[in-house]
Design a protein around this ligand. Structure first.
Ligand SMILES: NC(=O)C1=CN([C@@H]2O[C@H](COP(=O)(O)OP(=O)(O)OC[C@H]3O[C@@H](n4cnc5c(N)ncnc54)[C@H](O)[C@@H]3O)[C@@H](O)[C@H]2O)C=CC1
Ligand SMILES: C[N+](C)(C)CC(=O)CC(=O)[O-]
Length: 473
């Protein structure tokens, strides 16, 4: 099991700690703040209820979290050391000298800095690369990597292991790529509020009701390609390019941070969101992110593609007696007006269990791309107990029949402490996707299915199997 050392465990260090821990790494934290353990615990609680909800496979078992008063203890044996102390160059120099004195030679040392360049961080002899993440680090995949090419390549491999998307910046520059964009929008936003054009809330609506939705799935340039219509990007540039020379922007000026401006922004922000504590706001943000990222997962766009690639590396359980085919917390978006998991999502969870089981017998993406698959032809759901937001949901799958074109499965959905919440009995037929008709599976798939069927043949017929709606007793 690999170890990550987190130096500075605030907003960003806490997010890094959760990202590594929930991907099976041990995490050692060094932070002089006596509240660090409590704060990281709260971030971790939010991460536990959101990150696993992005995946249809179980993440690795959580690593061990420890707190250390000495830098030497924190960085011992670390494969990755991530510095996330406040954004002051003198402090970063001091901390990197301490890290350097104790870090294993082989460790990647990353800095979360939002703006400093590697040449600035390394001016006093450190060997740091910029590894700039985005908040919340446990959900958002992007990490901007800047610095020594070999170290960045090594860093990129490790970041992919924990489900992140490393973007290596070609040349060092203040504030990398994304923060330059964010700073530009922030600066412009401050002027719009200072000049009384809009409030913080109105500015946020202008983003989230419109272009924010576009950016999450296509970014800027792909979106504008479409905005050029059939004539495409050249037409778009000819039409809207001249406006860039008009004095629409105040980008080069920063409004003075007077007490008046700070009070104006903070007051409007309180009016907008002050009714919610910060951890509740974080949970709202995380639930929305999970919902959006799961939608992107279906098309493989943007962050959804990163989750799919990471999920493909997660291990599939062996042919054990009853394989676990789903293991995840119930996401908030699956709950309804009755305050529990909505009936539609029992079927969704069972469909995910079927997908996972198909993969286990070799009916995976490559097999499907080659033209073979299974179609569900019948389902019977029994709702036995409520499930609530955040409950640990586990699905096990028993093969009732697995021969010829038929695959007859029995999924058991269990909630906390293994209490049975539902059963879904499902019948599938093997299909030839080109002919759009039933067909026999490949010999390899048939063999694997048969080995599960044989392993399950000795088990008793599950209680409830073969029932129909309205049956008594
Ligand atoms: N907050 C954000 O949205 C983002 C911040 N960053 C970068 O991450 C870094 C940290 O920022 P935040 O987490 O927001 O700050 P923060 O203020 O939330 O956390 C900083 C932590 O460092 C600890 N610390 C202070 N002196 C220390 C020392 N000598 N040794 C060890 N720990 C020490 C503090 O106790 C605190 O827990 C900065 O470089 C920032 O630019 C990067 C991405 C986003
Ligand atoms: C405001 N900020 C510069 C600290 C922002 C970042 O660095 C990235 C983020 O998460 O927005």
């Amino acid at each position: 099991m690999k170890t990550a050392a987190i130096i500075g465990g605030g907003v960003i260090g806490g997010g890094w700690a959760a990202r590594f821990l929930l991907n099976g790494w041990n995490v050692r934290v060094f932070d002089p703040d006596p509240e660090a353990e409590r704060k990281i615990g709260e971030v971790l609680a939010n991460a536990r209820r959101s990150l696993p909800s992005l995946y249809d496979k179980a993440l690795p078992a959580e690593g061990e979290l420890t707190f250390h008063a000495e830098m030497a203890d924190a960085v011992a044996d670390a494969a990755w050391i991530q510095e996330s102390v406040p954004e002051r160059l003198d402090l970063k120099h001091k901390i990197h000298a301490q890290i350097q004195a104790h870090a294993p030679e082989s460790a990647v040392i990353g800095s979360s800095t939002s703006g400093f360049k590697p040449s600035e961080l390394n001016a006093e002899g450190a060997r740091v690369v910029v590894a700039h993440p985005f908040n919340p680090v446990y959900l958002l995949p992007l990490v901007e990597l800047v610095g020594d090419a070999e170290t960045c390549a090594q860093a990129a491999d490790l970041l992919r292991e924990v489900g992140m998307y490393p973007l290596t910046v070609r040349k060092e520059i203040d504030a990398h790529i994304a923060d330059r964009l964010l700073e530009a929008v922030w600066r412009e936003g401050l002027w719009l509020i200072k000049d009384g054009i809009c409030t913080t809330e109105e500015l946020d609506e202008s983003i989230r009701m419109g272009f924010g939705l576009r950016w999450a799935q296509m970014g800027l340039f792909e979106t504008y390609r479409i905005a050029g219509g059939e004539a495409g990007m050249k037409h778009f540039m000819a039409q809207f390019g001249p406006a860039l020379k008009w004095p629409w922007t105040k980008l080069m000026d920063v409004p003075e941070f007077t007490g008046e401006l700070v009070d104006l922004i903070a007051g409007q922000s309180d009016a907008q969101s002050g009714h919610m504590p910060i951890r509740a706001l974080e949970r709202l943000r995380d639930d929305n992110l999970v919902g959006m990222m799961r939608a992107l997962k279906k098309s493989g766009s943007g962050a959804g593609g990163v989750i799919n690639s990471h999920e493909a590396t997660l291990p599939v359980p062996d042919a054990v007696e009853l394989p676990v085919t789903v293991s995840r917390p119930v996401p908030q978006s699956w709950t309804d007006y009755n305050g529990h998991m909505n009936e539609a999502h029992y079927t969704e969870a069972s469909a995910q269990a079927t997908d996972r089981f198909m993969e286990m017998i070799g009916c995976d993406a490559a097999y499907i791309a080659a033209g073979g698959s299974y179609f569900t032809v019948e389902n019977h759901v029994r709702f036995l107990d409520e499930l609530h937001e955040g409950d640990a949901l586990t699905v096990t799958t028993q093969v009732l029949t697995g021969e010829g074109k038929k695959m007859h499965l029995f999924h058991r959905l269990s909630g906390p402490e293994g209490k049975l919440a539902a059963t879904v009995e499902t019948l599938l037929l093997h299909m030839d996707l080109n002919a759009r008709g039933t067909s026999l599976p490949s010999p390899e798939v048939a063999d694997k299915l048969a080995s599960f069927a044989a392993a399950h043949a000795g088990l008793p017929l599950p209680e409830g199997a073969g029932r129909h709606v309205g049956q008594r007793g």
